[in-house]
Write a protein that binds this ligand. Sequence first.
Ligand SMILES: Cc1cc2nc3c(=O)[nH]c(=O)nc-3n(C[C@H](O)[C@H](O)[C@H](O)COP(=O)(O)OP(=O)(O)OC[C@H]3O[C@@H](n4cnc5c(N)ncnc54)[C@H](O)[C@@H]3O)c2cc1C
Length: 305
Amino acid sequence: MTAIKELSVDILVIGSGAAGLAAAAAAARLGQNVLVADERQTPGGILPQCIHKGFGAGRYGMDMTGPEYLEQEFRKFADSGSGYLPETRIISIAPDRTALAVNTSGLTNITFRDCILATGCSERSVWSLPVSGTRPAGVYTAGEAQEMINLGHYDIGRRIFILGSGDIGQIMARRFVLLGKTVTGMAEIRDTLGGMKRNQEECIKAYGIPVILNSTVTEIHGFPDITGVTLHHLDTGTDSFIECDTLITALGLIPDKTLAEPLLGKNGYPEWIHFCGNSDYVHEIADSASAQGDKLGQLLGGKSL
Ligand SMILES: Cc1cc2nc3c(=O)[nH]c(=O)nc-3n(C[C@H](O)[C@H](O)[C@H](O)COP(=O)(O)OP(=O)(O)OC[C@H]3O[C@@H](n4cnc5c(N)ncnc54)[C@H](O)[C@@H]3O)c2cc1C
């Protein structure tokens, strides 16, 4: 059996998205021995899949795509001297300030002084709602669809219905239209469209996406593939059937603190666990996640070695 390897650092950063890269770069520039681990093959978290503009206005005074923004951030990170372990998943964090990492070369036990969780967020799925019916193929969260289409180059459906009007759903509505698909509508349970004004204007209004307010999906039809959904209209109490071969959900994001949860005591988390980016709270824009990473990295970078 291969022995577990040992590593020791001042700061372990879990996640190389906008927040993790900025935190690591700021702390490493101040002389800390920093290591970033990310389970993905390439750095940047969700940035590589966001091929639309909308990044960097606050931080660089320019309107960039996600990959362009990542290029700026990664350059700073690479210049900082921080270490980086791609394709490495942290599977647990122990109270003795160690974390267990796994990658293709086996297990590594990483000892640290401080640990930054920059693990991003998860998307609320349709199955978290009281929805009946089958469990067919063709149901994706907006982020999943974004990754499959923009990075995997998959072709996922022709008639798309979107449940929820979060920003990622609006961006994906435009993406589907640009790919020549039919977006039959976007249902929103509230009486107003969600998301940022910019996305409402540039993705929904500009592309004529039909918005159905005060409505939600209550049943999913078809098996093995989705054939349609039942849409319940809260204002009239009526139901209608919407034919579609793909259902996309944009129902909100949930900060991912899973790794730290076993460490939560009655006085909160240990003082050496820190959260930044979407794992702390949902940031509407990447610039804000990076700015929080900068601040945290500078704070921890100022600690005595
Ligand atoms: C799908 C989506 C689209 C968005 N679109 C925009 C947009 O157009 N414009 C904009 O400004 N903002 C957008 N945002 C907002 C978002 O807040 C920021 O873009 C920001 O990039 C989030 O950065 P982060 O570092 O917090 O998280 P992420 O970018 O999610 O990075 C988290 C990283 O942690 C890694 N990770 C998680 N768990 C582990 C583990 N156990 N071990 C190792 N690695 C792990 C993941 O692989 C990932 O690389 C979008 C967000 C999402 C989710």
